[in-house]
Design a protein around this ligand. Structure first.
Ligand code: KG4
Ligand code: ZN
Length: 347
C-alpha cells in the first residue's frame, strides 16, 4: 500500500489555510499540520466579507501559511507527493491567489497539482476524521451552501435537495447583523440563544409542508425583522434578553427544519439504497451544537449512525482540501498549469 503526503491550500472565502495530510494505504489519514489564518478583524468593520480585502490578505498570507504548515509537519517540499488547492467555488480573487500559489510551488518543485472543489473538501471530511465508507449521506451546511448529498466517491456525488434561497450560515449572519451582534454571526447567535427562551417568539418552519428535502431560510430573516421591530416599537428598544430570545427562537426553527429534512433525506436515500446510511454533517454551520444535537437524536431514532467532524474541521481549513486532493490523486487525477479558478463550481 502506497503512502501519500499532500500539501493542501485553501483561500476561497475569508480563511487562508495550508495543511499537510498523509495517508498510508487505507489507514485513517494523519493531519501532520493544519494552519488557518482567519480574516475576521479585517472584515468586521464592514459587516461581511469584502472580496477585495480578502483577496489581498490571501495573497499576503499564503506564503506564511505554507511555510508554517511545512514546518509544523516536519517535512520539506521534497517529501510531498502533490499540491492540492481549492480551485472553487468561492470568491474569485481568493481562489485565484491560492491557485497561483499552488502553481508556483508546482512549477518550482515539479510536484503534481490537484485542483479541489471546496464543497468536496467539506463533503469528504467525515472520511478524514472517521474513515466513513462510501456511500454515505451528507448534509453540507455553510455560509454559502446547504445541500443533502449522497457521497459515493471523491468525485461522485448525488444531490438529493438543498436550499432554494439562503444558506443557513447566511441566515445566522443576517440574524446577527439585524440584532447588532458581531460577524461571523453563527457563533454569536448560538451564544445568545443559549441564554434565550426559544418559546417566546414563534418562527415559521419553512417548507415542512413539502415532502422533499429542499429548504428555505430567507423567510426566517423576514420573520425576525418583523418581531424585532414590533418589540422595539412596544418598548422603545431591545433588551439583551429580547435579543437572546429572538436568537433562541430563530435557532430552534433552523434546528427543527434541518432535523425534519434530514429524516426525509434518509427516507429518500432508502428508496434507492438497501441499508440505513451513515449520516455526516460538515461545513461551518455544523459547528452549531444545537444543530448537531438535534441531528444526532433524529439519526438515533431512525437507526442511522451520525458523525460530525471536530469543530475546527467543520469550518474552512486546508486539511480537508489536502485530504480531498489525496483521494483524487490516489484515483489518478492530475491537473496541469492550465488549472483555473472557478468561482461557481457545483459538485
Ligand atoms: O464553511 P464555512 O467556514 O465557510 C463557508 O461558507 O464555506 O462556514 C462559515 C459559516 C458562517 O456563515 C458562520 O456564521 C457559520 O458558518 N457558523 C455557524 C457557527 N459557526 C460558524 N453557524 C451557526 N452556529 C455556529 N456555531
Ligand atoms: Zn466552507
Amino acid at each position: 500500500t502506497q503512502t501519500l503526503t499532500i500539501l493542501g491550500l485553501e483561500s476561497s472565502c475569508d480563511d487562508t489555510a495550508a495543511a499537510v495530510v498523509r495517508q498510508n494505504g487505507d489507514n485513517l489519514p494523519d493531519i501532520l499540520s493544519s494552519v488557518v489564518f482567519g480574516q475576521n478583524e479585517l472584515h468586521s468593520a464592514y459587516g461581511g466579507v469584502v472580496p477585495e480585502i480578502a483577496a489581498r490578505a490571501h495573497a499576503e498570507k499564503l506564503d506564511v501559511c505554507v511555510r508554517d504548515a511545512l514546518t509544523g509537519s516536519g517535512l520539506a517540499l521534497a517529501d510531498l507527493d502533490a499540491i492540492a488547492v481549492t480551485a472553487g467555488p468561492g470568491l474569485i480573487g481568493g481562489v485565484m491567489s491560492g491557485v497561483m500559489c499552488a502553481k508556483g510551488i508546482a512549477a518550482a518543485t515539479g510536484l503534481p497539482l490537484v485542483g479541489v472543489n471546496h464543497l468536496a473538501g467539506h463533503a469528504l471530511t467525515p472520511r478524514l476524521t472517521d474513515a466513513i465508507a462510501y456511500p454515505y449521506l451528507m448534509l453540507l451546511v455553510s455560509g454559502g451552501h446547504c445541500q443533502y448529498l449522497i457521497a459515493r466517491g471523491p468525485e461522485d456525488f448525488t444531490r438529493l435537495g438543498g436550499t432554494i434561497d439562503d444558506a443557513p450560515g447566511e441566515a445566522f449572519d443576517k440574524t446577527a447583523r439585524l440584532l447588532g451582534l458581531p460577524q461571523p454571526g453563527g457563533p454569536a447567535v448560538q451564544a445568545e440563544a443559549e441564554i434565550g427562551n426559544a418559546k417566546r417568539f414563534r418562527f415559521p418552519r419553512p417548507m415542512l409542508d413539502r415532502p422533499d428535502c429542499n429548504l428555505s431560510f430567507s423567510g426566517l430573516k423576514t420573520a425576525l425583522m418583523r418581531m424585532r421591530d414590533q418589540v422595539a416599537a412596544e418598548k422603545g428598544g431591545l433588551t439583551r434578553q429580547d435579543r437572546a430570545d429572538l436568537c433562541a427562537g430563530f435557532q430552534a426553527a433552523v434546528v427543527d427544519v434541518l432535523v425534519e429534512k434530514t429524516r426525509r433525506a434518509i427516507r429518500l436515500y432508502l428508496e434507492e439504497n438497501p441499508a440505513i446510511p451513515t449520516v455526516a454533517v460538515a461545513g461551518g454551520v455544523a459547528a452549531n451544537t444545537a444543530i448537531r444535537a438535534g441531528l444526532e437524536t433524529a439519526c438515533a431514532e431512525m437507526g442511522a449512525v451520525f458523525t460530525a467532524p471536530p469543530l475546527h474541521l467543520c469550518t474552512d481549513n486546508a486539511a480537508m482540501i489536502a485530504y480531498a486532493g489525496l483521494e483524487r490523486f490516489r484515483a489518478g487525477a492530475r491537473d496541469g498549469m492550465d488549472l483555473t479558478a472557478r468561482p461557481r463550481w457545483p459538485l
